[in-house]
Ligand binder design. Structure first.
Ligand SMILES: Cc1cc2nc3c(=O)[nH]c(=O)nc-3n(C[C@H](O)[C@H](O)[C@H](O)COP(=O)(O)O)c2cc1C
Length: 316
């Protein structure tokens, strides 16, 4: 069966993935050792988002568990700054069997973003991921300007990572594609979310609220991937809520080329990718598929009521 909305190219044509699971940007990718360890089991590894200067991040506690597979966090990008990060990428590139993707934090200055992009490309990063906390219609079309500027100066692929809570994620994905992005990654954490410790009566996070991730956001992420896949022609990387192979297959059936995992990787460690790959092989053979390519986007052949615009509201 032909793919419902064919891509211009597959993500694995941009960078060769060792398997369909990618370590998403987050705490495991903050150090070279983490990138190397996860690079032994993941298809590729994304580093923690870097900023121009070193940042301590928010005071502890800045991460809290929500149920078995959920988390809220507001870390505020603790990282050693882009120069030290570029050195860690260079080290990880030497020792990790998996490709390394450098993540650039949400900056407002094109010049700062270009500095980091150059440094990461020179360090050997296989691709860049731009962590956007702005939408296409936010301010002065920052997403389009930053993406376009980076695409003009780097040779490695550029992935635009979108947040679910800023404008319409589909409009932002289209703007990213038009600005030259090679792939979209969706979604980042769902903000704001809050957990209150009933023993103390205080919010579990030092800053009160944070972004929700892990199991609880799977359905939101699948809908985002589904809508973005339909509206664009570049590869979509799913990110959100994956804790087992069935979750990952939902993303692929919605149209994802590959699947990023952060929260489950933090909870389970590098072994999560070994488990997910083993489970996925078993699931595909139980369902009678010989490869993921046979499943990509097939949910589009049956679903009728997924809105193409975020303004469409269900009447319940
Ligand atoms: C503690 C924590 C830190 C994160 N830091 C970043 C970050 O620096 N940059 C980024 O793009 N995404 C960051 N994320 C978002 C993840 O990469 C991922 O998109 C999101 O958590 C959804 O995937 P998941 O449900 O598998 O965790 C972070 C997530 C968590 C839980």
């Amino acid at each position: 069966m032909p793919e419902p909305y064919p891509r211009r190219q597959r993500f694995s044509d941009l960078i060769p993935l060792r398997n369909p699971f990618i370590l998403a940007s987050g705490p495991p990718g903050r150090h070279a050792e983490g990138m190397i360890q996860f690079g032994r089991t993941a298809g590729a590894v994304v580093g923690k988002s870097a900023t121009l200067h070193a940042q301590q991040g928010n005071p502890q506690p800045r991460i809290a568990r929500v149920g078995q597979w959920g988390m809220i966090n507001w870390e505020d990008l603790p990282n050693p700054g882009y120069k030290a990060f570029a050195e860690m990428i260079a080290q990880a590139k030497q020792e990790s069997p998996a490709p390394i993707i450098g993540s650039i934090g949400p900056l407002e200055s094109v010049d700062e973003q270009l500095l980091i992009a150059h440094a990461f490309e020179d360090a050997g990063a296989d691709a860049l991921e731009l962590d956007f906390k702005w939408g296409a219609g936010f301010g002065d079309d920052l997403l389009s300007r930053l993406t376009g500027a980076i695409k003009q100066v780097v040779r490695i692929p550029v992935i635009v990572k979108l947040s679910p809570y800023i404008g319409d994620i589909v409009d932002n994905a289209i703007a990213a594609e038009q600005a030259g992005a090679d792939a979209i990654s969706a979604i980042n954490t769902v903000y704001p979310a809050m957990k209150i410790n009933v023993d103390t009566g205080k919010p579990a996070l030092s800053f009160g609220s944070g972004g929700l991730s892990g199991g609880p956001i799977l359905t939101i992420a699948v809908a985002a991937v589904y809508r973005i896949y339909k509206a664009t022609t570049i590869p979509v990387l799913a990110s959100g809520g994956v804790t087992c192979a069935e979750d990952a297959l939902q993303h692929v059936m919605a149209g994802a080329d590959a699947v990023q995992v952060c929260t489950a990787a933090m909870i389970e460690g590098p072994e999560v990718f070994t488990r997910l790959n083993t489970e996925l092989d078993a699931l595909l053979s139980r369902l009678g598929y010989s490869s993921l390519d046979e499943c990509r986007g097939i949910a589009h052949q049956t679903a009728l009521h997924v809105p193409s615009s975020a303004t469409a509201k269900p009447k319940n």
